[in-house]
Design a binder for this molecule. Structure first.
Ligand code: HEC
Length: 180
């Protein structure tokens, strides 16, 4: 190997090395993995901690109170809504128990109070009366309000709907309960 060839090879090796180093450096500049990972974590924690910018996970906020809505509720709309119940309930005086008990005169009636209907233990041991607040809570989400109830119904999520149907059920009585 003469000197010229040696120089060419040496220059080539040197160039290759420089290119490699330049490539690594460029990679560090373009993709600073370490930096992103280290900074991102505390940033997220700080955000969640201040409770303001964390993404809103939809929470169960109900049942919203409906007492104030009862006096001006839409009784006809309530009656229309009762179609969601009639697969399982009758509403007329002396009507039969179906999958669920008859609901005539339900406002202020004893919880689990229909003789001859086989209630779940959860409901028959619940105690108290179906006042407006109990009805509002139960109809919002039956299985949460009375844990263990056998009423298989998801519930009425809109406060308006609950106010309307409760106002209608109130009229199903020879002596309707007082409005709040
Ligand atoms: C799939 C059938 C089904 C549907 C639909 C249903 N219910 Fe019920 N409901 C039941 C059953 C069963 C019970 C008895 C629950 C228990 O014993 O735990 C019950 C119980 C009740 C009670 C308590 C009665 C008492 O005597 O203590 C009320 C109030 C009630 N339902 C209202 C409604 C209303 C209002 C609707 C419509 C918005 C409705 N239910 C829809 C099956 C149903």
């Amino acid at each position: 190997m003469d000197n010229l060839n040696f120089n060419k090879i040496a220059a080539g090796v040197l160039c290759g090395g420089l290119l490699l180093m330049a490539g690594i450096k460029a990679g560090e500049i373009l993709l600073p993995h370490q930096d992103i990972e280290e900074n991102a974590y505390p940033f997220e924690v700080a955000e969640a901690g201040d409770g303001q910018s964390a993404p809103a996970i939809p929470e169960d906020t109900g049942p919203e109170p409906i007492l104030a809505m009862l006096a001006s509720a839409d009784i006809d709309a309530g009656q229309a809504l009762s179609k969601k119940c009639t697969a399982c309930h009758s509403f007329d005086a002396g009507g039969p128990n179906k999958v669920g008990p008859n609901l005539y005169n339900i406002v202020n009636r004893g919880i689990g109070g229909v003789d001859g209907f086989k209630y779940s233990t959860a409901l028959s041991e619940f105690g108290g009366n179906w006042d407006y607040e109990q009805l509002n809570g139960f109809l919002y989400k039956p299985k949460s309000w009375v844990n263990g109830t056998k009423m298989n119904y998801a519930g009425l999520k809109k406060p308006n709907d609950r106010a309307n149907i409760i106002a209608w059920m109130r009229t199903l009585s020879a002596d309707p309960a007082q409005l709040p």
